[in-house]
Design a protein around this ligand. Structure first.
Ligand code: NI
Ligand code: MN
Length: 230
């Protein structure tokens, strides 16, 4: 059993096998984060791409906790230059075994420049194959047809839980997220990357109603700080 907690925007904490896996840490400057970076627990810090609203607190948290940073090669190099000791560099399509499960760096259609202007490699998402569940974080991306390939998971059992952006403007919005759900066919789906600021404001209840009526997935809408059991 694992627990997934939303810290607002695209920051998620997965607790599994006694490990804390923190995705896209954006806490200190996020208007919706329920905790500050000093309170974050992490054995691993995963960064999907170089934008500030995903990488902001990664180095700070990894240095304080000794966590291993997991990201594309360019972002791992950038984090190393800032004093992060342990990194696991990847690139698109690759997967690695970590102490809590397997992680694949998936395609995302977006951009990825780091806050200081350093090229941040290609943006990505994460497919987690845990001992008892497959979890897909699309992260910042447009809709794309190859999401259907991820529907098979790593073991042919399909996706138990998908975390999809619905904010629109910088990522896919609610309408394209419905198409993504049709491609991915997850059992459950959680919205992310919305309501952090007015330009990505969305009605999550209306989105959930559409998911229920138009797809076979079960939508779960969390408030920042809330958790779901996987
Ligand atoms: Ni972004
Ligand atoms: Mn973003």
């Amino acid at each position: 059993m694992s627990t997934l907690t939303w810290f607002g925007h695209n920051c998620w904490s997965l607790e599994t096998l006694g490990k804390h896996v923190l995705v896209d840490p954006f806490l200190d400057d996020s208007p919706t984060a329920p905790i500050k970076s000093a309170q974050a627990k992490a054995d691993y810090v995963l960064v999907s791409h170089g934008h500030y609203d995903h990488v902001a607190d990664a180095a700070k948290i990894a240095k304080r906790t000794g966590a291993t940073a997991v990201s594309n090669f360019e972002i791992c190099q950038w984090l190393s230059q800032q004093g992060v000791k342990h990194t696991e560099a990847m690139n698109l399509g690759g997967s690695i075994a970590l102490s809590f499960g397997r992680v694949k760096l998936t395609v995302a259609h977006h951009s990825s420049v780091l806050p200081d202007g350093t090229p941040g490699g290609n943006p990505g998402g994460f497919l987690f194959t845990l001992s008892d569940a497959v979890v897909y974080f699309a992260c910042d991306t447009a809709l794309f047809g190859d999401m259907a390939l991820y529907a098979r998971g790593e073991n042919g059992k399909g996706i138990d839980l998908a975390v999809l952006p619905i904010g629109d403007r910088f990522t896919m919005g609610p309408a394209d997220s419905i198409k993504a759900i049709e491609l991915i066919q997850p059992h459950r789906v959680l919205p992310t990357h919305y309501n952090t600021w007015p330009p990505i404001a969305q009605d999550a209840a209306a989105w959930a109603a559409r998911v229920r009526s138009e797809t076979s997935a079960e939508p779960l809408v969390l408030k920042p700080g809330e958790s779901v059991t996987i």
